[in-house]
Design a binder for this molecule. Structure first.
Ligand SMILES: Cc1cc2nc3c(=O)[nH]c(=O)nc-3n(C[C@H](O)[C@H](O)[C@H](O)COP(=O)(O)O)c2cc1C
Length: 197
């Protein structure tokens, strides 16, 4: 079943329509995704920019029905588990914490989170381009998820994303149904300042 997004967000300014069109639904159909489809989304993430081109992002993913999917699901907080279990795929976004500086010293890569955020957004926008929806989640148990996924030492999990085809809001339990609408944004004057903060 193809479900149309309930609201097509639009910007008053001439940005590419993909920016407002991307949003984070919680209702997904039971459609499956292939590993090839997921690889294309990961490829978009791979092209994200990063400090010193260190590409600190590391992504662990699985399709619904695979053992890895259940492992990721088990690390989510119950609220997220409740709706994300219907997604076609789950992706965990982690990063490598350390880098070798220009001086050859090992140090914390303070940009790792920023860069991994860029990778997540690239994946989310690529998903939107091909009719998929990616929903980021910060609600997970970092220790449980790290253990379940054999996260190597020196890495940090930043977020998990549910990916799939948008489902009907009616498929959600009451309480989530009315929240199934795209959100608005702060006014430009509240977030961008010409010259200084
Ligand atoms: C890092 C991050 C963490 C988030 N955590 C959760 C979460 O745990 N559960 C959830 O339902 N949504 C979560 N969201 C989704 C946000 O609530 C959503 O992106 C925000 O309200 C803006 O809406 P939009 O993505 O539909 O434009 C998260 C999003 C991001 C980027």
């Amino acid at each position: 079943m193809t479900v149309q997004s309930p609201v097509a967000r639009q910007s008053a300014l001439p940005v590419d329509p993909v920016f407002p069109a991307r949003w984070s639904p919680r209702a997904y159909t039971d459609a499956t995704m292939t590993a090839e489809q997921m690889t294309v989304l990961l490829e978009a993430a791979r092209w994200a920019p990063s400090a010193m081109n260190l590409q600190p992002w590391r992504m662990a993913w699985a399709l619904r029905g695979e053992t890895g999917f259940d492992a990721i699901l088990s690390g989510l907080v119950p609220f997220n588990r409740g709706w994300a279990e219907k997604a076609s795929a789950l992706v965990v976004f982690a990063s490598k914490d350390e880098m070798t500086g220009m001086d050859g010293e090992t140090k914390t890569n303070v940009w790792a989170g920023f860069d991994t955020g860029a990778a997540w957004m690239s994946l989310a926008l690529q998903a939107a381009k091909v009719g998929l929806y990616a929903h980021g989640m910060g609600g997970f148990d970092p220790k449980a998820l790290a253990e379940a996924l054999n996260l190597p030492a020196g890495h940090t999990i930043h977020a998990v994303a549910a990916v799939g085809y948008i489902g009907a809001p009616e498929s959600l339990p009451e309480g989530l149904r009315e929240r199934e609408v795209p959100s608005d944004r702060l006014e430009m004057a509240e977030i961008a300042f010409h010259g200084s903060f």
